[in-house]
Design a protein around this ligand. Sequence first.
Ligand SMILES: N=C(N)NCCCC[C@H](N)C(=O)O
Ligand SMILES: O=C(O)CCC(=O)C(=O)O
Ligand SMILES: [Fe+2]
Length: 330
Amino acid sequence: MATDFKSIPIIDVSTLLAKCDDPKMGDDPGVAQVVRSLDQACREAGFFYVKGHGIPESLIKDVRALSHQFFELSYEEKLKIKMTPAAGYRGYQRLGENVTKGVPDMHEAIDCYREVKQGMYGDLGKPMEGCNQWPDTPADLKPVFEEYVSLCTDLSKKIMRGIALALGGSPYEFEGERAGDPFWVLRIIGYPGASKENGHDSKENDVGCGAHTDYGLLTLVNQDDSITALQVRNLSGEWISAVPVPGTFVCNIGDMLKIWSNGLYDSTLHRVINKSPVYRVCVAYFYEPNFDVGVEPLELCVKRTGGSKKFGRAVYGEHLVGKVQTNFVT
Ligand SMILES: N=C(N)NCCCC[C@H](N)C(=O)O
Ligand SMILES: O=C(O)CCC(=O)C(=O)O
Ligand SMILES: [Fe+2]
């Protein structure tokens, strides 16, 4: 459960990453320290900044620069990769097309998902079947993003080893049938700046993305350095800003980890409001369980939380499809 946190902790994961291939990594004092920090952050806020992550700063910046270049194209050009249900919900969505709790979000985006081949997950996977729609311009967007996704997947797997230890399990709780073949989602998101008209901010109340939780295990947010827009809700309902910290990702917990941990860790509500006059981009990478896995509280977490299961079983793919099918205006 989230607490009344007032700030979001920064965790250096470099020691965890260095020892991650050693099955006895939990015995290393440096790793144990990272694991304690992860445990505290996941209990108190469900959000933390990750530093020492090993992904080159140049790539992180290129990814944002390419995103800006794409959103600067004409609407007509962007529509060439229009998101449709027939395309497996992959591609470009205009401002206001994504909806959160019935309210249109003031963002535009390209949504990408791990490839789902025909028949791969039977009827469950049908709505997500398809290949990603990458834009032709900028020409290097696709290869740069494919490299980025691959590094984010690797990093997330390693952070999840730390989180598995933090829950008191083996480092590999979230591998094998649970998340050994992880699904992933990538959202390239653009939030227009607030425009000033007649001396007041006409867009002041326009929400870039309404309050929501993320769906899977772990999210890695790569946000523009100069604009504070992401806000995280604490237990009393205050919105705490996730101020950009250069060289870090903002990392947060998704709904499936809430269930597996039996609520020891919660998927914290967050939203985005861009009050700055400057256009903001965010590249959000979502590390998710195996598409067809049934998720229910881990026995060890049930024991630690008084012996009863707080959540029923959810199939990750059903959870995702249910969201995707209601996320867009028609
Ligand atoms: N794949 C993830 N997590 N996407 C987060 C999008 C949140 C907004 C969406 N309209 C919603 O209401 O969920
Ligand atoms: O723009 C951001 O900083 C976060 C976006 C987000 O929460 C999401 O796409 O799930
Ligand atoms: Fe989110």
